[in-house]
Design a binder for this molecule. Sequence first.
Ligand code: FES
Ligand code: FES
Length: 190
Amino acid sequence: MASPTSSVITLHINGEKFTLPVDHRTTLLDALRERLTLTGTKKGCDQGQCGACTVLLDGRRAVACLQLAVAAEGREITTIEGVAEGDRLHPVQQAFLELDGYQCGYCTPGQICSAIGVLREHAEGLPSAVTDDIRPEAGPPPLTPAEIRERMSGNLCRCGAYVAIVEAVARAAADGDRTAAVTESEEAVA
Ligand code: FES
Ligand code: FES
């Protein structure tokens, strides 16, 4: 029911539509967790500093605690519940699993969503604060551990699983490169 301080909105989350009334002050994080029981997205600081609530909005990383639910209407929202394809884990999830990129796991959904965003930003050639050559024609820089640490620096891990997190992101990036190379060579043969 709409009122001066609330609206009925429709959110597109993980390929599904959810229609719900929300107070205009409701954050996307609270809408996900408290209203839609999508509790994979975690609340850490609730003030944009820890990255635990990271989701993808139209494929870009965003902290859901600083986003109003009403402002997310019309965006494609992807949460950790939506990154796998059925039983097939996303390559970033698989790498975190294989390389123990977590300890308690509380920061992990945010780390994984952030890493998916990082790989996309990197593939698009976006530089980071530690990229040496930021000329567009230089293309994506090598995804070194320093690059990964900088690009993932918005996601804190109180367990200190950073070493394995960096390795997992590097593994997922390398797997993605291999897949792209195989696809390109298959297309060349066809
Ligand atoms: S809970 Fe959103 S950044 Fe910490
Ligand atoms: S694995 Fe525990 S906070 Fe990161």
